[in-house]
Every structure is written in structure tokens, then in C-alpha cells.
Design a protein. Structure first.
Length: 147
């Protein structure tokens, strides 16, 4: 049996659809939020998992992200905010943060370890994508901001 080393090629947000592509030298695997999985070359199957984006709404001064609502979530940053992350499963989680007209500060739990020790900064009128890997104790996070 051949084992395939999979790396993330891209994660896209198109409207409310999240498309994740993984691959190696010979294959690409694309997961669609309707449960369809396409492996190229030549295999199509159905994937069981939760990929629909859970909408938390506006944050206020404190926001609890409950990962039991899904591993992909979004919120709108409406004030300086302290985030709490609860009920994670071991694995990857994504949080889209919509920053409105104003720039606010964000405070994260102590068990979030940011790549390059750099927590996200909110810039007005941007979308921030935070990606976390949870290992059972700590979240290892990276982020980027997009239009």
C-alpha cells in the first residue's frame, strides 16, 4: 500500500463555500463543503466531516469560539476583544475575522502559540484568516489578512 504525503495547497473562501486542496507530486485532493471529495487523477468519493462555516456574529469585548460548532468559524470584530477558544478536537481549526471600519485589538488565550510570536493585528476593512493546529494542549497558529 502506497502512503501519500499530503500538504495543503490552498484554502479558499468563495462566498459561503470553503474549498480545501491538498496534494503531493501525483495527486490533488479537493474537499468541497457539500461533502464531495475529488482526488485527481480519477477518484471521486464523499467525505464525512464538518466544513460549513459557523457564524458567531459580532464579537463585542469578549468572544467564545466553541469548536463544537464546527472547525471553520467566522465572526465580525466590533470592539477590542478577548477571545476564548473552547472544546477543540485535535487537528486543524480556522477562524475568519471580518474587521469593519475601525481597527481593534485582539487578546488570545495563553495556550495559543503564534508563528514568529506574532499575533494577528486588525486592519480596518480587512478579513483575517487564523489557522490553528491543536495538539491536545496548545494551539499553534498562523494568520494572514485579506481583502
Amino acid at each position: 500500500m502506497r502512503r501519500m504525503a499530503i500538504v495543503i495547497l490552498s484554502t479558499l473562501l468563495v462566498g459561503q463555500t470553503v474549498v480545501r486542496r491538498y496534494g503531493d507530486d501525483d495527486h490533488n485532493i479537493t474537499f468541497y463543503d457539500d461533502g464531495t471529495v475529488v482526488v485527481t487523477p480519477g477518484i471521486s468519493t464523499t467525505w464525512v466531516g464538518y466544513t460549513q462555516i459557523y457564524a458567531n456574529g459580532g464579537t463585542g469585548i469578549a468572544e467564545t469560539i466553541n469548536w463544537l460548532n464546527g472547525n471553520i468559524q467566522k465572526c465580525a470584530l466590533t470592539d477590542d476583544c478577548t477571545f476564548t477558544l473552547t472544546n477543540p478536537l485535535i487537528g486543524v481549526h480556522q477562524l475568519f475575522i471580518n474587521v469593519g471600519m475601525f481597527t481593534y485589538s485582539m487578546t488570545w488565550p495563553a495556550n495559543v502559540v503564534w508563528r514568529d510570536s506574532s499575533a494577528p493585528t486588525a486592519t480596518a476593512n480587512r478579513m483575517i484568516l487564523c489557522e490553528f493546529y491543536y495538539n491536545g494542549t496548545n494551539y499553534y497558529g498562523k494568520w494572514g489578512d485579506y481583502y
